[in-house]
Write a protein of this length. Structure first.
Ligand code: FES
Length: 176
């Protein structure tokens, strides 16, 4: 470790890695070095930051900026943002008010209010918020929703992981 102006953490845990995080981290390091910024900006890989559904994610300190869905093609813009006086890359920036994050939160709030939500109703709810069946399956795989047998079919529960992320009751250590 040495003193640097910015510290970039690239999540290379399994879900981000499946979407190319290692390539993002590698290209970021190469391009920073090529531009002579590697002493100014330190890049490290890290474990999951719990935003697995929207990776690859990177976090920039001391700004506290989170970029989501970062691909190799985005690296030039990310590097420009890391220069002294650089402005954040708006299209990659994740905030609580990001349009997609607001839609996700609204969906989870609605689902939590109705749970257990029959699986077909959850899908309809997800669609009404702009998400499809593949997205629902990914949310289940990544532990944001739990699908369990219920009555004659299946129902969906909002997990503690999702509750924690969206600030819903039950997001503490008490479990899903
Ligand atoms: S795998 Fe990157 S945020 Fe979870």
């Amino acid at each position: 470790m040495y003193f640097c102006r910015k510290h970039v953490l690239v999540c290379t845990a399994v879900h981000c890695n499946q979407k190319g995080a290692q390539q993002v981290a590698a290209r970021l390091r190469i391009e920073l070095k090529r531009r002579g910024l590697d002493a100014d900006v330190m890049v490290n890989t890290c474990d999951s930051i719990d935003l697995c559904d929207i990776g690859p994610n990177i976090v920039v300190y001391p700004d506290g900026i989170i970029y989501r869905g970062v691909q190799v093609k985005d690296i030039p813009d990310v590097i420009e943002s890391l220069r002294a006086g650089g402005r954040p890359v708006e299209r990659l920036l994740l905030t609580a008010d990001s349009e997609d994050e607001v839609r996700r939160r609204q969906l989870f709030v609605a689902a939590a209010e109705r749970e257990p939500v029959p699986a077909d109703e959850f899908l309809a709810l997800a669609r009404s918020h702009g998400f499809d069946e593949a997205w629902c399956a990914e949310e289940a795989r990544r532990g944001f929703i739990a699908r369990k047998p219920y009555g004659d079919g299946q129902a969906v529960w909002v997990t503690s992981k999702a509750r924690r992320r969206y600030g819903l009751p039950g997001g503490g250590a008490e479990g899903a």
